[in-house]
Design a protein around this ligand. Structure first.
Ligand SMILES: N[C@H](CCC[C@H](N)C(=O)O)C(=O)O
Length: 262
């Protein structure tokens, strides 16, 4: 059977999207997802998303990691599916949709390529040695690093993600380096099991962890550069919890086409 797909990217974090409002795809198996996301044998992407109908919301976001497993929340994917919903004419400039970690509110520009996505509130940030560990919809490990441009992110990230603490459930590993107003961040992603060009829940985790690290309170805005572009995170830290968290950045349709799935 041939299905129509749309390829999006947000700061170089790239996704295959399918309009599943009519149920063209029924819980795709692991092999099908992995093949669609394969850069040589398929379309290529860090993940696959289905946009589905859901009462009470504009749509539901169903997210799979590139390895075929259903993932936790994906921040850049969330921004891309908002741009997709606008492209399909489901929303105009604001939306409320449901993802695996709960309801999300987002705003999108008229041109449809800049999305501000509200993320879940965060109460707990724990420590693992010098690193910070927190859940921004997906689990993240955040560590400050020097000379990040030349760091071996694959091997160091792989070793942390597969150590005794994290091996069973996995974790996304972010390295952050202070630059000017903000940070430069590189991420090894669980479920892709490789470095990606950007990770939305990851840069959100970095911004929150660094506010804790630096003892910053009140309304904070943190610009973050990643391999695939620039993102911004706005939030409030009252000392006990982080609220009003918004992940902001580009989301673009790259191409669309048809592919045969079993
Ligand atoms: N790229 C995503 C994260 C995907 C989550 C996935 N790697 C997992 O932990 O299941 C983002 O922009 O937030």
């Amino acid at each position: 059977m041939n299905i129509k797909f749309y390829k999006y990217q947000g700061a170089g974090n790239d996704f295959v999207l399918i309009d599943n409002r009519e149920g063209v795809v029924n819980q795709p198996d692991k092999e099908t997802v992995a093949k669609l996301c394969d850069r040589r044998f398929g379309i290529g992407g860090d993940g696959l998303m289905l946009l589905e109908n859901l009462d009470g919301y504009d749509f539901k976001m169903v997210y799979y990691n590139a390895d075929g497993n259903e993932g936790s929340m994906c921040g850049n994917g969330g921004r891309c599916i908002v741009a997709f919903a606008k492209y399909l004419g489901i929303i105009y400039d604001t939306t409320n949709f449901l993802a695996t970690d709960g309801p999300h509110h987002a705003k999108i520009t008229d041109e449809g390529n800049w999305v501000s996505l509200q993320m879940i509130d965060v109460n707990d940030i724990s420590k693992d040695g010098e690193a910070y560990v927190l859940n921004t919809g997906s689990p993240h490990y955040v560590k400050l690093a020097a000379d990040l441009a030349v760091k071996d992110v694959y091997n160091e990230g792989y070793a942390i993600r597969n150590n005794a603490t994290y091996k069973a459930n996995g974790i996304n590993v972010n390295f952050a380096e202070k630059t000017g107003e903000g940070y430069f961040v590189r991420t090894f992603e669980r479920g892709v099991e490789n470095e990606t060009y950007a990770c939305g829940t990851g840069v959100t985790a970095v911004a929150l962890a660094m506010a804790k690290h630096n003892g910053q309170f009140g309304n904070i805005s943190t610009p973050i550069r990643v391999l695939g572009g620039d993102l911004n995170i706005r939030f409030t830290n009252n000392g006990e919890k982080f609220t009003n968290i918004f992940l902001e950045g580009p989301a673009e349709l790259v191409f669309e086409g048809e592919i045969e799935i079993a």
